[in-house]
Design a protein around this ligand. Sequence first.
Ligand code: CA
Length: 233
Amino acid sequence: MNKPTILVVEDDAPVRNLMVTTLKTHDYRYLTAAGGSEAILLASSHNPDVVFLDLGLPDVDGIDVIRQIRGWSNMPIIVISARSDDADKIEALDAGADDYLTKPFSVEELLARLRVTVRRLSLMNLSGSADAAVYVNGKLKIDYSASCAFLDGEELKLTPMEYKLLCLLARSTGKVLTHTFITQSIWGRSWDRDTASLRVFIVTLRKKLESAPGSPQYIQTHIGIGYRMVRVE
Ligand code: CA
């Protein structure tokens, strides 16, 4: 992929300028929008590779911008949200955002999120589709047709629930999945006790999957929000 184009949606001019300067310095192409309707217009007319979206916009709510873009495109959307607003982040992720950046953020954080997302994009383009029969990530391999998972060639003894959870996370590698999304996908509902059970299943899955369950390599915890399968080198 050569020079990805980033759409920056932010009504706060100093923050927008900081983001633009950072992107310019690192050779990314960019577009900017100071509001939601302009963002939707630019997203559809220019088809950017990645969108950075501030959730608090003057005209259209950031969540509605995500829903509208998701109506026609899977372009990665990284939302920018204030530190206190976990509920906003959860709503944005459930509406289809891929990741989030918390204000105030550093230039390094912005670039790191962007690198991860661009890398995931090029891997997606390489492997063709997310419907491949075999999933490989570091030492982890999932053979979807045989319903087995392997770590370093050894078959993992997973319960059906752990396997289901692993596949769900693997199919969205790089994307933060919220507790609600995961419990809805697995149990078809999301009660408090389902989130508690989810935590237990994550613990047992990690014991089998991670060489050091205390500092997990594959499954990342986003406290109060959800989990993400990380791409491992
Ligand atoms: Ca704002």
